[in-house]
Each structure stands twice: as C-alpha cells, then as structure tokens.
Ligand binder design. Structure first.
Ligand code: GTP
Ligand code: MG
Length: 347
C-alpha cells in the first residue's frame, strides 16, 4: 500500500500589529502532502526491503500559519527499485494495470499523490465577512495498492551450471564481489556488475545456476530466467572440468529453449577453467566437438580461465560488441514503445 501524505491544515489567524487596528485575516494555507514515487536506481538488484515492508507513506504537509505563511510541503517518499522494475496498480476489481516500466537509472513514476493543503482563513474573507474564523482541513493523500515486478535489464547475462565459475567471471570483469565457493548454488539471487568501457557502462548479470530439469523445478528452478528476458546477450559459461561439457551445453540450450522468448537471443559460449592441467589436456577433443556445432549456429566460443584471466578480455570484447549490435537492432523497435503511463488520480 502506498499513500501520499496529508495536506496540512489551513490556519485561522488575524493580523495584530501596532497602528493597524483591524488587521484582517492572515491565516496561511497548509502545505501539500508528500508524494510517493517509485524510482529506478542502479544500486538496487532486488526489491530487498520491500519483501517485508508493506506500507509506504509520505510525510504530511505542515499547517499554515499567520502572516499568510503557507505550511511546508510534506517530504516525498522515494522507493528505490532495480532498473527493470515494472510498476502496476491494482484496480478495485483486482486486475493489475501497468503504470510504468522503469528501464533507465533515475526514471521515476508517481504512485500516490500527496493531499492538497487546507485553505487559511485569509482565503475566506469576503465583503460580507471580513473576519472569517474558518479554515479548511488538509486533504488526505492518494492511497492505492501497487505491484512491483522486476525483470532486470542487462547487456550480458551469464548463465551456466552451478559451479561453472559464473561468479568468478563476474568478479573478474566487473567491480561486483559475489561470493565464490566450490559448492553448487552459492549464488541464490541474480547479481549485477558494471563493466566500464570508454563508450558506456555495460551491465552484466549472473543468475543462479541451471541444472537439467530446471524447468520442472529441479535445483533452484528456472524462474530466474525471467531476468534474462531483457538481456541483450546470453553468455553460456561451461565448466571445462566437467566430464560432460557437451551435454552441459545441450542441457543449457534445452532449458533456455523451454523458457518463453529466450531461444532467439544472441549467444556467446565460454569454456572455463583452462588453467587446470586436466582441462588443457582435453581441450583439443572438446574444441573438435564443439566447433562444428557452434560455428553452424554462428555462436562464437572462447576458451578461458576466469580465475587466471586468460582470454577473458577477448571474450568480454566480443560480448560487448555483440550486445551493442543487439541493442542497435532492438533500438528501432523500442523507440516506438511508450514506456511510462500516467496514473489516473484517484479520490
Ligand atoms: N581452477 C579454476 N577454478 C575456477 C575457475 N573459475 C571458477 N573456479 C572455481 O570453481 C568454483 C565455483 O566458482 P563460482 O564462481 O562460485 O561458480 P558459480 O558458477 O558462480 O557457482 P554457483 O553460484 O554455485 O552456481 C570455485 O571453487 C571457484 O574457485 C577457473 O577459471 N579455474
Ligand atoms: Mg555464483
């Protein structure tokens, strides 16, 4: 529930000054209540706090005072959410109406307007009543239920089996410091990292590991793939030390294909842990079997070590180039889309 602050009350006051015998009414208006806005922030990865907190109320406007002084406006309440948060309002019948898709840093949408301030008695003076003792009360702020859904907007989304080294790669290429450990499902939430470049920053995400049958709920399931829906490029990270590298790739492909709308995304493949001698020993064989499959699909493949940094730069360069190409292709479509809808004020 979000609610704007109450407007401050209007004030009843009369001028009392030396040498001005009948000073007249000078009560000021109340200040407007604060608004509640939802704002996209690059520092947010999930709705964190919002899971527990259910009510967001902006500050009330202050009452008016003498000398026709208007009360102070109530402070706005800004709710920070990740970039890629969709905001819906709940209609009375319960259906969800889209309000905004916050897709750029700092983009915001008003979700509950603060109440109007009451009028001070100065406003009520008429020829008949020159000394009104009335003022009006501040109005209550708008109140409504909103629903937030996050679908991260990223340039590159790293997907792969648990333990393949996704977090290691993310920390090698960005300033993100995800937890790294040699057990599966260390990462249980998507993690964002910023990959700085001369032209612009690239947003890279790691999502929790996928296993065979994720679409059936195995492992952590596949619902994190919704965060890949709006990425420009999928980066498949394979564990080179896995005895079943090729099967791992088909598992990933299958899970991606089974999830709505991901099959068509541009892809890049990286085989990781090349610093391990046993991985290097098997490399010729792996290369020989992977190359024909991937080149047929036009998917580039890199053999890297996220831990030592070997070939990571080359991978990243290619990934950025592909993500850029994808945004150019998409740009033509997205410019024609209207992203922010105006909420209808509600009494
Ligand atoms: N030798 C070697 N080990 C690596 C490399 N990259 C990752 N590892 C190790 O592999 C294990 C898993 O690494 P993570 O980065 O946590 O893997 P992840 O894919 O994020 O794993 P989950 O979050 O559990 O899905 C850790 O013990 C890492 O140290 C690499 O390039 N070489
Ligand atoms: Mg991880």
């Amino acid at each position: 529930m979000v609610r704007g602050g109450y407007g401050g009350d209007g004030c009843v006051s009369f001028r009392r000054e030396k040498y001005v015998p009948f000073g007249g009414p000078d009560g000021g208006d109340g200040g407007v209540g604060g608004d509640v806005v939802v704002m996209a922030s690059p520092n947010m990865v999930d709705l964190g706090l919002m899971r527990r907190k259910k009510e967001f109320v902006a500050r009330n406007g202050r009452g008016g005072s003498g000398w026709r002084k208007r009360g102070k406006k109530g402070e706005d309440l800004a709710i920070s959410v990740p970039i890629g948060t969709m905001v819906f309002t709940k209609a009375d019948a319960g259906e969800e109406i889209p309000l905004a898709d916050l897709s750029a840093p700092g983009q915001k949408v008003l979700v509950a307007k603060g109440g109007r301030g009451g009028l001070g008695n100065a406003r009520f003076a008429t020829a008949e009543n020159q000394a009104p003792e009335i003022a009006s009360k501040g109005a209550s702020g708008e109140e409504r239920d909103i629903v937030l859904e996050v679908k991260l907007i990223t340039d590159i989304c790293i997907v792969g089996h648990p333990n393949s080294g996704k977090s290691t790669l993310l920390s090698a290429i960005s300033r993100a410091k995800p937890e790294i450990a040699d057990y599966p499902f260390t990462t249980r939430q998507p993690i964002l990292g910023v990959l700085p470049d001369d032209r612009r920053d690239f947003i890279v995400a790691e999502i929790p590991g996928l296993v065979d049958g994720a679409h059936l709920g195995k492992g952590l399931g596949n619902e994190f793939l919704r965060h890949a829906e709006r990425t420009k490029l999928l980066l498949y990270l394979l564990d080179g030390s896995s005895p079943t590298v090729l099967d791992d790739l088909s598992t990933l492909e299958k899970e991606i294909d089974l999830y709505k709308d991901l099959a068509h995304k541009p892809k890049i493949v990286a085989v990781n842990k090349l610093d391990l001698p046993e991985v290097r020993a098997r490399l010729p064989e792996v290369k020989q079997r992977l190359a024909p499959i991937l080149s047929g699909l036009g998917v580039p493949v890199f053999y890297i070590s996220a831990a030592s940094g070997q070939a990571v730069l080359e991978l990243v360069r290619k990934a950025m180039e592909m993500a850029d190409q994808a945004s150019q292709d998409e740009g033509i479509i997205s410019q024609t889309q209207i992203k922010v809808f105006r909420p209808k004020p509600r009494k």
